[in-house]
Design a protein around this ligand. Structure first.
Ligand code: SF4
Length: 79
């Protein structure tokens, strides 16, 4: 899996704890950073392919990301 995009990750310039919010905590600030990140698409593609289950990736919170991963897997299985 190509991870060259991580060199341009905007989250590397901010508090990493923002991307791992406590249960019930807000991911709003992390998502705001993702929205300004040049490698958001690559980050999200990586997270889906890797099956990341924790934290904010590509502008999605972990529940959103888990739903997307389940949906993609269901699409793959149905094809
Ligand atoms: S999209 Fe968000 S989590 Fe992904 S590299 Fe950019 S800032 Fe980091």
């Amino acid at each position: 899996m190509n991870t060259d995009w991580q060199e341009d990750a905007l989250c590397a310039q901010v508090d990493p704890d923002l991307f791992m919010p406590e249960v019930g905590g807000s991911a709003k600030d992390a998502k705001r950073t993702c929205n300004a990140c040049d490698v958001r698409a690559q980050c999200l593609a990586y997270a889906v392919e890797a099956g990341e289950r924790w934290g904010v990736w590509g502008g999605l919170g972990q529940q959103e990301l888990r739903r997307l991963i389940r949906a993609r897997r269901a699409e793959t299985e149905a094809a």
